[in-house]
Design a protein around this ligand. Structure first.
Ligand SMILES: Nc1ncnc2c1ncn2[C@@H]1O[C@H](COP(=O)(O)OP(=O)(O)O)[C@@H](O)[C@H]1O
Ligand SMILES: [Mg+2]
Length: 267
């Protein structure tokens, strides 16, 4: 099975001939710097002058990179992800994702841009509880409209199949185990075939065996050409990443490429 068959999400890595081109979808190449943060500072306002959660962070990520962001609680990891996704605005600095200066977009342009370009996975899954799993995926596609309408149902079913939860599509999220809900959330993150997948402690609420399954799904996504950036506390997973960025007090304390021969052998 090729990666392309494994993940419908993998198609972005090669030229698509099966779909109309959507102009503002990132057309990534493996050599480009897909994500570029420059001098990003974030100060949360407060009566006492505020709290600076990120200080002049500069980071670049290439297409296809599989990166972990680690650091103690409060070091700024979630804040950093929120800058990347445009969920929150930096106080200073820029975030450019394949040529789009994310924070210059207005609210509705930003929502549409995010839907096409970034799949987001949260610790507590954040599936809509009143919709079935399939409906959660369909809603994501209906909102963004990057996938032709007549392909959405089939694509949603295929993604659930690939996540190993084909049988769960017609259930409400609450009827699924935590690991299954996270698989559903990953499927939803891939629904619009974004080039970038970002996850904030996606295994923080899962047992160790399920954690391993979820981590290996992320690894497969990166192998299939997605840029995957994961905030994790999980020490055993870190060895599997190609790169580990450590934050400390809102600054990049280290940024380490993991050599292929080291991968899987780190403590
Ligand atoms: N909305 C907010 N208002 C004020 N302070 C915040 C806000 N969000 C986060 N912080 C503070 O910023 C720091 C970094 O938070 P966060 O990015 O969530 O860290 P991490 O994800 O690494 O645990 C923490 O000290 C946190 O208390
Ligand atoms: Mg956090």
């Amino acid at each position: 099975m090729t990666n392309r068959e494994k993940f419908p999400g993998a198609e972005f890595a090669s030229a698509r001939t099966d779909m109309p081109r959507v102009p503002d979808v990132v057309q990534a190449s493996h050599t480009s710097k897909l994500v570029k943060l420059s001098e990003v500072t974030k100060t949360y306002a407060g009566a006492d002058g505020g709290f600076t959660a990120l200080r002049r962070v500069g980071l670049e990520f290439s297409a296809g990179e599989y990166a972990a962001i680690v650091g103690k609680s409060g070091s700024g990891k979630s804040t950093l992800l929120n800058m990347l996704t445009g969920i929150d605005h930096p106080t200073k600095g820029t975030v450019v994702i394949n040529g789009t200066d994310v924070h210059t977009l207005g609210e509705s342009a930003l929502a549409s841009w995010r839907g096409k370009n970034i799949g987001i996975v949260f610790q507590f899954f954040q599936l809509i509880p009143t919709l079935t799993v399939l409906e959660n995926l369909l809603l994501a596609m209906d909102f963004v409209k990057a996938i032709p309408k007549n392909e959405r149902q089939r694509r949603a079913e295929r993604l659930l199949e690939q996540m190993g939860i084909a049988q769960q599509g017609r259930k409400l999220p609450s009827a699924l185990s935590g690991g299954e809900q996270q698989r559903a959330a990953i499927a939803r993150a891939l629904a619009n075939d974004p080039p970038i997948v970002i996850a904030d402690e996606p295994t923080g609420n899962l047992d160790s065996q399920t954690t391993e399954v979820i981590q290996s799904l992320f690894k497969q996504l990166a192998d299939a050409g997605k840029t995957v950036i994961v905030v994790t506390h999980d020490q055993t997973a870190i060895a599997k990443f190609g790169r580990v960025v450590t934050l400390k007090d809102g600054m990049v304390a280290s940024d380490r490429q993991v050599r292929v021969e080291e991968q899987g052998s780190l403590p």
